[in-house]
Write a new protein. Structure first.
Length: 240
């Protein structure tokens, strides 16, 4: 007598057909009460990008403006130097002009602050205040060397640059007034025009951007003292 081979057992809910379909496997698990741990989906690796915040982007932009000139630097140049897309750059700053405006404002605000006497400070002679302005302005230049360098190189080719130059003129006028007061007090010789004195003093200070390097041999902490000595000792009023 012929006997048929035994029928294969019915496929379990977790057979190969369900293993190939995660959704069917979950349904089968619910029917049988079995718990199937789902393997985590593979995550796509993210491309590495430089981690720049606004301050970092501004710093690199000022460096590039000083190297190439502001007008000669494009947004594409900035993106390439930073390793960012243009859209990522625009996420932080609306335009190249915005970068220039912020950098110039930082330099000018730091310089303008040296003219302000702290509240509660005793009244001082003009010569004492002038010495303080020269010393502190030299410190500002050293501490903000890239942005002050950019400030001193603008030529008024845009409204932002014109406004920066106007603020520089107001600063120069205040220094000139201080020199004039020191001359009237008899602390500075008065046979040299006060505006020329102010220009010569700050011409000396501003020249620092051309030859001072933070990693060089010149002591930045002493630089203000040296400029004071050269500028004011030669202007000291003569004995009458």
């Amino acid at each position: 007598m012929r006997t048929d081979p035994p029928s294969p057992p019915p496929a379990s809910p977790t057979s190969s057909s369900t293993r190939s379909d995660p959704r069917r496997a979950r349904d089968a698990a619910c029917q049988t009460g079995r718990v199937i741990e789902q393997a985590p989906e593979p995550t796509r690796a993210r491309r590495g990008r430089p981690g720049y915040d606004r301050e970092g982007i501004l710093r690199i932009a000022v460096e590039l403006f000083n190297e190439q000139g502001y007008d000669a630097t494009s947004v594409a140049d900035l993106s390439q130097r930073l390793g960012l897309t243009k859209s990522a750059l625009y996420h932080h700053f609306a335009s190249k002009e915005a970068l220039l405006e912020i950098a110039l404002d930082q330099a000018l605000s730091a310089l303008e602050a040296v003219l302000h006497t702290p509240d509660g400070a005793p009244d001082q002679r003009a010569i004492t205040r002038l010495r303080d302005v020269i010393r502190r302005a030299t410190d500002v230049l050293i501490q903000h060397l890239p942005s002050v360098t950019l400030l001193l190189r603008v030529r008024g080719n845009s409204p932002i640059e014109k406004e920066a130059l106007a603020r520089r003129r107001r600063f120069d006028q205040q220094v000139t007034a201080l020199v004039s007061e020191a001359q009237r007090d008899g602390d500075l010789r008065d046979d040299v025009d006060a505006s020329i004195v102010a220009r010569l003093i700050f011409g000396m200070i501003n020249s620092v951007i051309e030859w001072y390097r933070p990693d060089g041999t010149i002591d930045g902490d002493r630089l203000g003292h040296d400029i004071l000595t050269v500028a004011l000792d030669g202007l000291r009023a003569q004995e009458r």
